[in-house]
Ligand binder design. Sequence first.
Ligand code: DON
Length: 309
Amino acid sequence: MLCRTSEELQALVDEAKRCTVKGKVADYIPALGKANPNDLAVAIHYPNGECTSAGDIEKKFTLQSVSKVITLALVLMDRGPSYVFEKVGMEPTGDPFNSIVKLETMALSKPLNPMINAGALAVTHMIKGDSVKQRLERLLEFVRELTNDSTVFYSEDVSRSEFETAFLNRSLSYFLKQNGIINEDVEELMDLYTKQCAIEMNSLDLARIGVVFAMDGVDPISGKQIIPSDIARICKTFMVTCGMYNASGEFAIKIGIPAKSGVSGGIMAAVPGKFGIGIFGPALNEQGNSIAGIKLLELLSNNYQLSMF
Ligand code: DON
């Protein structure tokens, strides 16, 4: 099995870290601009509970778009696939993650998939509950179960920073409201969405989530089916087709592992049947994916033949 020792993994981290200088920390959410571009951490979580890690693994970061796949799993469990996919499509886009263009130009005017911001906003809208507080609490409880960490919470600082500056996400939401995809108050949706994106954890926790997806929704330690296997399968398929935004095709060819990235520099990867990977590297490439994180996954995939294709 791969990288049994932290030393082995550390050598790959050192190699991947060289490309952080070519990346840039996201600062369109001002609080994210405080991250250190040189950071790189990785954890690998095996189904038997063993974990190998390297880099600054205790460092916490916010999930940002990684939360989209988790929220999708919860909403599919809440509502079922036919309800969800009536309002959000299943097709990849070649556009940036925050693009508005397809909402206007597509005849059906529903978001193309749940991994772009427009689709994720529609999915967050579907979280069941009587109030933003209750919907957020349900999502947090789900994340706590996936990470097996009852202390998981969101960063007040990052959520506020995004809430105060999310003009494009507000525009997307009003578009969705105009087209009947959502019907709630946009400020309430922004409140919930920005808190969802600001859920905080370290790369060990993220690898723990990855291994649940890798094992078709089963908690590797307790054996509990946390996510029904058909829903875990849908989520992993979106991770392959849309998880790295408009770089998903290249990622599938070069790396071939279901993965989801976020602008904080987090990447959650699930190697089917094998293990989960959690990465944090805040220096991003042009598509908003962790530049060193992708390099690291490429090294892992090539060295250990991890591509599923
Ligand atoms: O909605 C946003 O713009 C952020 N909260 C999340 C975007 C994101 O992580 C895109 N990822 N690569």
